[in-house]
Design a protein around this ligand. Structure first.
Ligand code: 6PG
Length: 471
């Protein structure tokens, strides 16, 4: 076999699927895994693609099996494993050989690794890859960060393995350093929020309207033919319809309500706070996962206070209201995510291609949806404008806000937690407030700390009549 055009280190689910995808697209690929027992297992699964894959038990053989300049994708767990792998690999490489981290890295790590690579004069790419195992195998969405030159070197391979939307590959260079991993992080934050919004709609149907899982599934299937059409709504319909092979009960009813998280949603919230932007729907989604995990606390709460009767009369809330609430919640959640991207772009000097971000999310990734097409159009008209203010989405919000308000207030009145829907509603209500209550905060700050405030009628910094009175 001739030297491989690209290599993949790490044959966990994502790495294995990515390597098969690369081979499937006609490229010769070298593979290596630290635990070598996994390599023959992987080669067995490769089937017809095996002739295009060269397996190597040692890093040295792996490196020797690659065409120069070498391009090496790392698909190892994010964090220290990436640094350890780079430290092992770099001494074996030439200065024009490139390492590509395709894991869910924290973008700060990617910024650091890119700077270190830059200082050493070696190329480095950090790429966000979305789409789960199926996406990795048959076409993920790819968000690249590093240098344009480094991206151009492997762009043809990444575009070939990526998903396509109307023949356009969902693989885009986002900007320098950690830009690609930042965009992937925000993708995941939005993913958390979109999932939570759907879960809240399910909760209203289950606990409020008394629907069985399969009935909820049918509602999701129906919504998937309208403006909410998306991968997440589609799979929600499928999981709600599934039967537990062990008990014969609806599968959803047998799953413990304790959600895990690897951290990318939390990172989105942390970065939004550091950048001073508001992503309340994403925040609510992360908090909901944290609280779901605190099951003992919740059970103690039930013991102490009981649970309210969450029944909602059918005439108080319709499925159309619920669909409207999800549509409006989704628009507001994405508006927040894109606002965060725009702020990060300015602060980190990335010049993120806002419309292309929406485009690259239209296929392959977990948050792919029909609405992203309209978001891409709105962002290409005005990349900096909050999506909620784009004429198309203004109209969507005008048409659907009443549903969001009704669902949120009715659900909250019945004691049903809907934190993400409520976060969206409060965001909208704040967005449409010419006068918030921050004048009170400013007065308090001035009172206790002489922080000063601006006046509505004069320029400059001012103090209230209370100053010094209490000293
Ligand atoms: C994707 C997914 C993927 C993964 C995340 C989320 O875009 O393909 O986001 O990256 O599912 O790690 O996982 P958690 O829910 O465990 O944080």
């Amino acid at each position: 076999m001739s030297a491989a055009e690209i290599g993949v280190i790490g044959l966990g689910t994502m790495g294995a699927m990515l390597a098969l995808n690369i081979a499937d697209n006609g490229f010769a690929v070298a593979v290596h895994n630290r635990t070598t027992a996994r390599i023959p297992e992987f080669m067995d699964k490769a089937g017809d693609l095996a002739p295009r894959i060269s397996p190597h038990d040692t890093l040295e053989d792996f490196v020797a099996g690659l065409a120069r300049p070498r391009n090496i994708i790392l698909m190892v767990p994010a964090g220290e494993a990436v640094d350890a792998q780079i430290a092992q690999l770099r001494p074996l490489l030439d200065t024009d050989d490139m390492i590509i981290d395709a894991g869910n890295a924290n973008f700060h790590d990617t910024q650091r690794r890119a700077a270190e690579a830059d200082a050493a004069g070696v190329p480095y790419l950090g790429i966000g890859v979305s789409g789960g195992a199926e996406g990795a195998r048959f076409g993920p969405s790819i968000m690249g960060g590093g240098t344009q030159e480094a991206w151009d070197r492997v762009g043809h391979i990444l575009s070939a393995i990526a998903a396509t939307h109307e023949d356009q590959p969902c693989a885009t260079f986002m900007g320098t350093g950690g830009a690609g991993h930042f965009v992937k992080t925000v993708h995941n934050g939005i993913e958390y929020a979109d999932m939570q919004l759907i879960a809240e709609a399910y909760g209203v149907m289950r606990d409020g309207l008394g629907k069985q899982a399969a009935e909820c599934g049918a509602v999701f299937d129906d919504w998937n033919t309208g403006p909410l059409q998306s991968y997440l709504i589609e799979i929600s319909g499928k999981v709600a319809a599934a039967t537990d092979p062990v008990t014969g009960n609806p599968m959803l009813d047998m799953i413990l309500d304790r959600a895990g998280q690897k951290g990318t949603g939390r990172w989105t919230v942390i970065e939004s706070q550091m950048l001073g932007t508001a992503v309340p729907v994403i925040e609510a989604a992360v908090v909901a996962r944290n609280l779901s995990a605190a099951r003992d606390l919740r059970l103690a709460g039930v013991e102490a206070f009981g649970t309210s009767d969450r029944t909602i009369a059918a005439e108080a809330l319709s499925l159309d209201d619920l669909e409207q609430a999800l549509i409006a919640g989704k628009v507001l959640c994405y508006a927040q995510g894109f606002e965060l991207l725009a702020k990060a772009s300015a602060d980190y000097g990335w010049d993120l291609p806002m419309a292309e971000i929406a485009e690259v999310w239209r296929a392959g990734c977990i948050i792919r949806s029909a609405m992203l097409n309209d978001m891409a159009s709105a962002l290409s008209d005005a990349p900096e404008r909050n999506l909620a203010l784009a004429p198309f989405f203004q109209q969507i919000l005008k048409d659907n806000m009443s549903g969001l308000r009704k669902v949120t207030t009715v659900a909250m009145g019945a004691g049903q937690p809907v934190p993400a829907l409520a976060g969206a509603l409060s965001y909208f209500d704040t967005l449409t407030s010419a006068r918030t209550t921050a004048n009170m905060l400013q007065a308090q700050r001035d009172y206790f700390g002489a922080h000063s405030f601006e006046r509505v009628d004069q320029p400059g910094a001012h103090h209230g009549p209370w100053l010094n009175q209490h000293l």
